[in-house]
Write a protein that binds this ligand. Structure first.
Ligand code: NI
Length: 176
């Protein structure tokens, strides 16, 4: 296993819709192992494959809370099948370091996808897990949490980020 470099906004791969996984081969298994290691190392509670430069519909999540019945989640080709309620929570993202903003999402979700063996799984989640699932599924669509903040907050973010890039905190190369 190895720790992969994380793509930082505005790296273009973060803006591309990812491709569904067709064939769960050794390369995919290795990528999943590396994503898990990279997420724990960061540390983060979730990671999407395009955050490590691979435009594939794979996410890993571990919210690291005892109350979560799921533990480490590996999900491929996920889709939202049910959702209800609204909740606002302060989010961050490994691809947008040192920036946090309130985002409103569904409070409860039901998500279907494939596990790493290719078996169909369904996850019914509330709380932090529901938020993490929606955040990571957004990544797979090429969407970031900064797309879901209000216009004023986004303006402030853009100015802040421009300054940060100008100050020499450059995006690291993250593609194979
Ligand atoms: Ni993120």
């Amino acid at each position: 296993m190895s720790i992969l470099p994380i793509c930082i906004y505005p790296e273009p791969v973060l803006r591309q819709k990812t491709e569904p996984v067709q064939n769960i081969d050794d390369g995919i298994q290795r990528l999943i192992d590396d994503m898990i290691e990279t997420m724990y190392d960061a540390p983060g509670i979730g990671l999407a494959a395009n955050q490590v430069g691979r435009s594939l519909s794979i996410l890993v999540i571990d919210i690291q809370r005892e109350e979560s019945e799921y533990g480490l989640i590996v999900l491929m080709n996920p889709g939202l099948v049910d959702a209800r309620g609204k909740v606002t929570f302060e989010e961050g993202c490994l691809s947008v370091p040192e920036y946090f903003a309130k985002v409103t999402r569904y409070e409860e979700v039901v998500v279907r996808g494939l596990d790493r063996q290719g078996e169909r799984i369904e996850i019914a989640a509330g709380g932090l897990l529901a938020i993490a699932l929606q955040h990571e599924m957004d990544h797979l669509e090429g969407k970031l949490f900064i797309d879901r903040i209000g216009p004023i907050a986004r303006d402030i973010f853009k100015r802040k980020w421009k300054k940060k890039l100008k100050d020499g905190e450059e995006s690291q190369p993250c593609l194979d």
